[in-house]
Design a protein. Structure first.
Length: 93
């Protein structure tokens, strides 16, 4: 499989060089690859735009259960434990 890909690639390189330098249609040897490249880039940009336009927005972090703050059982217990809110979130993950 790899040898056939290499052979086809070398053959297409030789054909393209001949088409570009020795053919009376050398203008098309420049125009067609540039056109294909521009169309590919614009197609990918359009696909990204379509995906962004049709994807629903993500839920806010407040609605996700893993990011909700734990309920406080008592003010004395929270301050006595010596942990702050960030440490409590880190302990869950």
């Amino acid at each position: 499989m790899g040898a056939s890909i290499l052979t086809v690639s070398i053959a297409l390189i030789i054909i393209y060089i001949y088409w570009l330098f020795f053919s009376p249609y050398s203008w098309w040897a420049i125009v067609i690859p540039v056109l294909v490249g521009v169309l590919a880039v614009l197609g990918i940009a359009g696909w990204i735009g379509y995906t962004m336009a049709t994807t629903p927005p993500p839920k806010p972090l407040d609605e996700l259960p893993e990011f909700k703050e734990p309920e406080k059982k008592g003010s004395a217990e929270g301050s006595a434990s010596g942990k702050n809110k960030q440490t409590e979130v880190d302990d869950k993950s």
